[in-house]
Every structure is written in C-alpha cells, then in structure tokens.
Write a protein that binds this ligand. Structure first.
Ligand SMILES: Nc1ncnc2c1ncn2[C@@H]1O[C@H](COP(=O)(O)OP(=O)(O)OP(=O)(O)O)[C@@H](O)[C@H]1O
Length: 792
C-alpha cells in the first residue's frame, strides 16, 4: 500500500446522514472509557470490544474477547459470511442494508463517535484517518471496498488487533463493523513510518537498527503466539513512535486454521522467496525483516535480492556495519528452515546491542521448528491449487487460469509488478491495463500466453490480493489521469526516473537471477516522504500508441498526452517500451535517452536483443560497412556447409565426390599443419579436411566476438563443434579399421612367407634326401659290381 497522504476529495453527498454512529455500539464507549492519550498504549487489562453485526436473536452487538478469540465467534477471519452489511459474503438478517458501492468518507464526517480528520494513508483495501473522539485522537481505519472477502479480512484485522492487545501493535479502541461503512479505531501511534524517516534523515545508526529489529522481533513473536504471520513487514508498515517501533497493517496477516490465501501477497520488494510460490513459512517474516535491516542500515535495497535464488552474500548486502552482517545474512537465508527462529534472533540482537564480541554464532544457525512455529500455517499452496482457485473474474471466469500458464509467471516480474503496485496504490486500476498493454507490446504477447491485458490484470490483482482501487475524485481512471494526479500532488510523474543514489554493483546477484528478474536491476532508494512506495521502480515509462493497439481491450484513449504537452515543469523523459522489458539490465533511469512520446513501439522491440541490434544497425549508418558485416557474417555458415559436405563424402559410396579439401586454401592449410607439426606428409590431406570445420569455428568465434562487443549478443558455434566431433569420430573409426586391416594383412603376409619358406625348405630337403639316397644306392650298386668287388 501507499502510505502517501492523499487528500480525500470524496465529499459526503449533500443531505447524507452522518454514517453509522447510531448503529454502532462500542464497549466501553469512549464516553465511558476515556481513550488513551495519543501515543499511549491502553493498559492490556482494559477490555476492548469489537462490535459485530448482531443476529436477530442477539440482544446486543457487543462481542466479548472470548467471542473474538474463540472458534466460531462472530468476529474473526472468515466471519464475514455471517455478517449482514451488504458486503459480498454478508447477508445476516437484522442488520441494515449497506451500500454496495465503495464510499470514501470525507474529512469532518462522523463514524461512530469519532469525527474524521486528515487522511493518514490508504491502500486498495482501506483508508486510515486521524479521528477525534471524546477520549482523544485515534487512527480510524475504514473499509473502502466491497470486494468479496474484504469484510472478512477487515473483521479479521480488527479481531487480531484486539487479541494482540497493543503488544507490538496499535491497540484496538473501538469498532463499527456492521456500519454501512465498516470501521475500527485503534491507538494513534505518533511518529513517521520508517520509510518516511529514512526519506527525511537517511540510514539509521547501528544501535537504532538494532532497536527496530528488537521491537519488530518482539511484535512478530506476539503474532506467532496468536498463530499468525504478518507477511508484509516493510518500512511503510512500521511507525517510529518516540519510545518504540510499532508494526501496523495486519490486513494480510495469515493464521493457522483461517481461510488461507492461495495468492501471493505482501510487498514484492520485501517478500520472502517462498511467498512468491505461495509457500508461507513460519520464518517468512524473518526474511522480510532481514531485508528491512539492510534498507535501514544503507538507505536502499537492490530490487532483486529476494529473487537471487540463493543465500545472500556480503557483496549483496552492501556497506552495512560488520556487526549487523552476520545477523542479516542469517535472516535472509534462501531456505526458510535455514533461518534462525525469532527467539534466537532476539537473543542475538540483545547480544549485539550490549557486547557484540559475545555474539553466539550458534544462535544464527539453522534450527528445527519451534513448538510455536509448528502451529503456524505452513501448508504448501502449489501452483496448481493456487491457479485453480484464483478468484474468477468476469474475464477469467469463461477462460480460467490454467496451472503453469505463462501469465502466472508475470507476478515474478518485479519491474512490471512494481509499476502496477504504484498505479494501484494511487487508485488507478484502469491505468494498469494500459501499463500491461505497453508491457506486452514491449516483450511480446507470448510472455502472457496471449492473454488480454484485462485478463492479466484481473489475474495479477487476484494473485496479489489487491482489491479494486478507487480512483480519486476528479481524475479519469487512465494512465493520463494517473499522470495528472501525480503531477497535482507533486509526486514523481509516470516516466520519471527515481532519484538514485549511486551504489555498488550487484552483479553477483544479477548473474544468478532469471532474465525476467534481471529486468529489475534499477535500484530502490528511500522514497521521499511524499512517495513512500517500497516497490516503486520508476524507469521511464509511458504507454505508446502501439501499446494501445496491441490490446484488444485497452483503456479509453487518454484525453491528453502529458508527455507531449511540454507544459509540465517536472515532466521527465517519456516512456520507452524497452523500459519494461524483462530481459537485460535496465539502464539507470537518469541516463535513459529521451524518446519522442508519440513514437510507437516498434515490433522488433518484442525481442529486446533484436531491438538493440536494430538500433545498432541504425546507428551504424554506412551501407558499405553493413554489406561487409553481412559478408563476414556468412563466412562461418559457408564453412559449415563445406564441412557438412566433407562429412557426406565420408559415407561409403559418396567418396567419389570431389573433395573440398583439395581447394587451394584448405590444401595449403593442410600443408602448413603438416609442416608445423612435423607430421608425415601423407597426413596433409587429412589435415586439409580438418582445417575446414576448424576454420569455421575460428571464424564463427571471431564474428560472434565482434557481435558481442558491438551488441552484447552472442552467437552459436555449436553446429561447427558438432561437425568437428563427428569428423573426429569418423576419422578415429577409419584409423582403427585401417590399423586392423594393416595388422591382418601383415599377419597374412608373414604367414604366407613362412609357408613358402617351409615349402622351399621341405622341397629342398626332399630333393637333398632324394639325391643322397640316389647317390647312396648308386654307390651301393657300383660297389656290388663284380669287377669292382674283384678290385677290392
Ligand atoms: N495506528 C496508527 N497510527 C498512526 N498512523 C497509522 C496507524 N495505522 C495506520 N496508520 C497510517 O495509515 C497508513 C495506512 O495504514 P495501513 O497500512 O494499515 O492501511 P491499509 O489500507 O490496510 O494498507 P494495505 O492496503 O496495504 O492493507 C499507514 O501507512 C500509516 O501511515
């Protein structure tokens, strides 16, 4: 919610009776029990009563605390169905009919026994006024919308405040929940909110940060005892009273056994990561408080810390006092179960406040669930369940949100959500559709699965539990109406960059976040007193004409174009469609170049990278240079084609095709490779072949390098790598097969040689033997001749 103080221009219609006072019974009434002095907490023993609608059989509409705390009581979350005040879910008999249209009471009006004073702030759900009764001043909260469930939520908040009895929260004083305009009065806590204080005085000193931590931890512990999580711990929800820090806004507190939300809720900037996936954990508030401490200590908070997807580091946290660092790092652990429980944190804070040297690191370690925590809501609200139960609206009823639909991821786009939060907080829900149209024109409709802006808006509103906002009187519910409203109230205009304090780089975080999350690299700074919107990011932003055309259901054409009038003294550079693109870091607001307001977003802006390339091309100017760049860009592709051709040649049967490796360029490269590596010259053709894909890779790498330098856009080398790998495999197989064939051939040759040798030897031996036998026989024969024997 915005805690901007907005003048209430909705005057009570002439003749309208003062609302509700006669129907409101407050026990004890301010007349019988004086209200505490401003800033003082009524004694816890003083019974506070919440007034609830009386049934026909009930003699009084006074509810005792026991009713409030007990199950089935008339007051408490979920009790709205039993109320009959004309709000959706109501219908109890015996209660006067209530208006069905939202009504914003005017200053001076009476609600119950209280006269309304200035507005203290408002959200889409309720308005809070300074009010005066007989006992003094109170903060009076009025329910200002009639959306289903809002009264339940309102009654739940009052009942919870009563149960908390002022322990860490404002004390409930009185209530008129059955009035046509339901209200409750609580202790007026004097002092600025922490967002206001930081905007005025800058970061807090360490001891003050520890005081805040101490008080908020105590308040959260009290809340836990009542089985509730706060879920919206942020600077705008902590009032710095003179003697203590008070947590406010229990509107989305969630408790065990209550009707649970299936929607992400809370303020994006401080939301624990698990809340984005609707898995509230007993230590979700610890995370938010951890981020809050960073903000208090430094005066700023990088937008995307809770999107880091990991534990934070000292670099993420920035220049905080070293005493605070371990505390903050422990509180912001990514996994909720790794964060310390409240009790350990309180002890740590106490140690740090007295003697940081005695800090017990064990207290900051992960610890098992405490008994109290086990009683807290921890149900896993899965995406499917959540999506299925998103309240169907007129648009979504006919085409319900499906689990995992692209649109459901938009809630993570912090820049879009930050801007929508801003528009909604000011009461210009109609302008939100224009914002979404522009966003879709910039990022492409596929980002939302082709859903129309109206459906997207309805889904996001349901997911964030944003009730319909009420446009301030006198302004049209359009983007231009919003711009006019902001200008009138001296607020930063749409399209105005936030005043940014130079701060460290958070590249470590940015590198880990998704492309969608990277869009939110703009820094958050302490908003001025007049613009306390913690999720506010203010890149140059303004819907263009094409954005309107991009939507089938776009809000009515603006009456005038503030960006083009040139009459507004603090008009800033108008909207650039790329300002909301979820990919790539956004340039810091003040450095964004102005773009003519009337210039429609180009279609090629749908892909931010293409848009950058396109702009780069435009700025290059020279046609010759562009032609050269085109030719050079084709070189890797040609080489890839040649490499593929060479691969085909390796297939048996295709080897008759002429080899590209014989082309002079590749042949020369082959020769050079052989010469430089001292290989056998017979390897030259192979090296020539290999040079083709290698040359392609080198060329591709160079081209991509140049592109990357010029347009921060990478290219693809994988096709060439595939070719090289296939090539190497084929060559390797060929080599193995060739070697095997060679070995076999050698063996065969050797065997043949040996066989021939043996045969020769054998033949020789036979021949020799034959000759020996023959000689021997012949000799014997000769010796046997008579004449030879006579001679002997
Ligand atoms: N008890 C209080 N004492 C003083 N100021 C208060 C008190 N309660 C609320 N305020 C002021 O009113 C503003 C709005 O209060 P709160 O956040 O509770 O409203 P809300 O409409 O419930 O917001 P949301 O829409 O986020 O639920 C606060 O920012 C604060 O400045």
């Amino acid at each position: 919610m915005s805690d901007e103080t907005t003048p209430m221009t909705a005057a009570r219609p002439a003749g309208q009776p003062v609302g509700g006072g006669d129907r409101t019974a407050v026990v004890p009434t301010p007349s019988t029990r004086p209200l505490p002095p401003t800033g003082a907490v009524p004694p816890p023993t003083a019974p506070t009563r919440v007034v609830v609608p009386a049934g026909p059989s009930e003699a009084t509409n006074v509810v005792t605390p026991a009713h409030v705390a007990g199950h089935g009581g008339a007051v408490g979350p979920g009790a709205g169905a039993a109320t009959g005040n004309g709000y959706p879910g109501g219908g109890h008999q015996g209660v006067p009919a209530a208006p069905t249209a939202p009504r914003i009471p005017a200053t001076g009006e009476m609600l119950g026994p209280f006269q309304l004073g200035d507005s203290l702030g408002h959200g889409g759900f309720a308005h809070v006024y300074r009010a005066t009764g007989q006992g003094g001043e109170v903060a009076l909260k009025v329910l200002t919308n009639t959306e289903a469930g809002s009264l339940d939520r309102f009654i739940g908040e009052a009942a919870l405040l009563e149960r908390l009895a002022g322990r860490g929260f404002p004390q409930l004083v009185a209530a008129g929940l059955s009035d046509p305009t339901p209200w409750f009065a609580m202790e007026l806590v004097p002092g600025p909110t922490l967002s206001q204080r930081l905007a005025a005085n800058g970061p807090l000193p360490v001891h003050e940060v520890l005081r805040v931590a101490d008080d908020v931890l105590d308040a959260l512990a009290v809340l836990q005892e009542e089985h509730f999580l706060h879920r919206d711990v942020k600077p705008a929800n902590i009032i710095a009273a003179p003697d203590r820090y008070v947590l406010i806004d229990l509107g989305i507190a969630k408790g065990h056994g209550t009707t649970t939300s299936t929607h992400a809720a809370g303020t994006i900037s401080y939301m624990a990561p698990e809340l984005f996936v609707r898995k509230p954990h007993a230590r979700s508030d610890v995370y938010s408080l951890g981020l809050l401490l960073i903000f208090l200590a430094t005066g700023e908070l990088p937008n995307d810390l809770n999107f880091a997807g990991r534990d934070l580091t000292a670099a993420d946290v920035g220049p905080v006092d070293q005493r605070l660092l371990p505390l903050i790092l422990a509180m912001t652990r990514h996994r909720p179960e790794d964060r310390p429980p409240l009790h350990n944190l309180s002890r740590t804070v106490a140690q740090l406040a007295t003697d940081s040297a005695r800090l017990d690191p064990a207290l900051l370690a992960a610890a098992g669930a405490t008994t109290i925590e086990r009683g807290l809501v921890t149900e896993v609200l899965t995406g499917s369940a959540a999506s299925a139960t998103v309240a169907p609206t007129s648009v979504l009823a006919s085409n319900p949100v499906q689990p995992g639909e692209p649109m459901t991821n938009l809630v993570y786009d912090q820049q879009l959500m930050g801007r929508l939060h801003q528009v909604h907080g000011d009461g210009f829900d109609g302008a939100a559709e224009e914002v979404i149209s522009t966003y879709l024109a910039a990022v492409g409709p596929q980002r939302a699965g082709g859903r129309a802006p109206a459906a997207i808006k309805d889904y996001l509103w349901a997911a964030m539990r944003w009730a319909p906002a009420f446009t301030p009187e006198g302004y049209s519910d359009t983007f231009d109406g919003w711009a006019a409203y902001r200008q009138r109230h001296g607020l930063p205009l749409p399209g105005s960059p936030t005043t940014s304090v130079p701060r460290r780089q958070t590249t470590g975080t940015a590198q880990r976040v998704t492309s969608t999350q990277r869009a939110t690299s703009a820094q958050r700074v302490a908003p001025s007193a007049a613009q306390q919107q913690p999720t506010q990011v203010a890149p140059s932003f303004r819907p263009g004409a094409a954005a309107a055309a991009a939507s089938a259901r776009t809000a009515p054409a603006p009456a005038h174009q503030p960006g083009t009038t040139g009459t507004q003294p603090n008009q800033r550079p108008p909207f650039q469609p790329t300002a909301l693109q979820p990919t790539g870091p956004q340039p810091a607001g003040p450095t964004q170049p102005p773009v003519p307001a009337a210039a429609p977003p180009r279609r090629d802006d749908a892909d931010p990278r293409d848009a950058r390339d396109s702009r780069k091309r435009d700025s290059d100017g020279g046609g010759g240079a562009r032609a050269l760049a085109t030719v050079v860009g084709w070189i890797p592709r040609v080489l890839l084609a040649i490499a593929l051709y060479q691969l085909v040649r390796l297939i048996p049967g295709f080897d008759a095709m002429p080899s590209a490796a014989e082309l002079p360029l590749f042949a020369a490269l082959g020769d050079i490779a052989v010469a430089t590596m001292g290989l056998d010259p017979e390897w030259a053709p192979r090296m020539a072949e290999l040079s083709i894909p290698l040359l392609g890779i080198v060329a591709s790498a160079l081209v991509n390098l140049v592109r990357a330098v010029r347009s921060r856009r990478g290219g693809r080398t994988w096709p060439l790598w595939v070719v090289v790998v296939v090539w190497v495999i084929v060559i390797a197989v060929q080599g193995v097969v060739g070697y095997a064939q060679q070995v076999t051939q050698d063996a065969r040759d050797s065997f043949e040689q040996q066989r021939e040798q043996i045969q020769d030897d054998l033949e020789q031996g036979v021949q020799d033997t034959t000759e020996d036998v023959r000689d021997s026989l012949w000799q014997s024969f000769e010796d046997a001749l008579p004449w030879n024997s006579q001679e002997n």
